[in-house]
Write a protein that binds this ligand. Structure first.
Ligand code: NAP
Length: 240
């Protein structure tokens, strides 16, 4: 995984904006071919344009990862277009507005678990079974996994589950030459964080900071691959 991409293929979920788009542009700069997946076609097309990839080296898949059959469908498309996978970036994530647990709709609980935990695990399983000569699986967790704020208990639980899954998969997959890592960022200035006068957005991490951490995993020799990377803003974005 030290060499530039050339014929290597990466799948990035949630590639239409924010952190996923920043990761996509970095991987394109390293000559990876890309599968870009999310629900919003125009955003994915804009990511493809920013990556400067021609259609044969890029595949857009419109998919809702909350659906149980989405991971298999996504890999069906990748198998058909590229016939290989070298890097999986489990980036897509979703959280409802912060809501006290006793008022959180059951549908939101199911969607948070499906998008942030079930889909990444299912995609890792599908990717690992295809990575016969090694590869990398990078999971976007969150600092909420370790210190959740009020009204984000289920999101925090899903991300904590993803961190634990990463640690277990790291041990299981390293003998196959597959690197598995979790990136654990604090607040990043993206659409996921709604406008809030109590937050200083200039103090937040930028999507490019997170993309750089992902590249550190991609570039690391297998025996030096970190199982998790925590990223915190230099200043606390919380005002007062
Ligand atoms: N921003 C932060 O402060 C922060 C901090 C720590 C961790 N993270 C994590 O970093 C990752 C990226 O977040 P971000 O800040 O870049 O968020 P974002 O700007 O809201 O982007 C999220 C991406 O995920 C896609 N997505 C959401 N639900 C989906 C679904 N059901 N099926 C398929 N795709 C879906 C979105 O596209 P569509 O809506 O078009 O589907 C979008 O492309 C997430 O896992 C998030 O939990 C973010």
């Amino acid at each position: 995984m030290n060499q530039p991409g050339n014929n290597r293929v990466a799948l990035i979920t949630g590639a239409g904006r924010g952190i996923g788009r920043a990761i996509a542009t970095e991987l394109a700069r390293r000559s990876f071919s890309l599968c870009l997946a999310a629900r919003s076609h125009d955003q994915l097309e804009e990511t493809r344009r920013l990556c400067g990839l021609e259609p044969s080296r890029s595949l857009i898949v419109l998919i809702d990862l909350a659906q149980a059959d989405a991971p298999q469908a996504l890999f069906g498309a990748i198998d058909g277009h590229f016939g290989r996978i070298d890097v999986l970036i489990n980036n897509a994530g979703w959280a409802p507005p912060r809501t006290p647990l006793k008022r959180l709709p059951y549908d939101d609980i199911a969607r948070v678990i499906a998008v942030n935990l079930h889909a990444p695990i299912a995609l890792a399983r599908l990717a690992a079974s295809r990575m016969e000569t090694g590869g990398a699986i990078v999971n976007l967790a969150s600092a909420a996994a370790h210190s959740a704020g009020h009204g984000e208990a289920v999101y925090a639980a899903a991300k904590a589950g993803l961190v634990t899954f990463t640690h277990a998969a790291f041990k299981e997959l390293r003998s196959l030459g597959i690197k598995t890592s979790a990136i654990i960022p604090g607040l990043v200035d993206t659409d996921l964080i709604p406008p809030n006068k109590r937050l200083d957005r200039t103090a937040m991490l930028q999507p490019a900071d997170v993309a750089q951490a992902v590249m550190n995993v991609i570039d690391a020799p297998a025996h030096l691959c970190p199982v998790e990377i925590s990223l915190e803003p230099q200043r606390d974005p919380m005002r007062g």
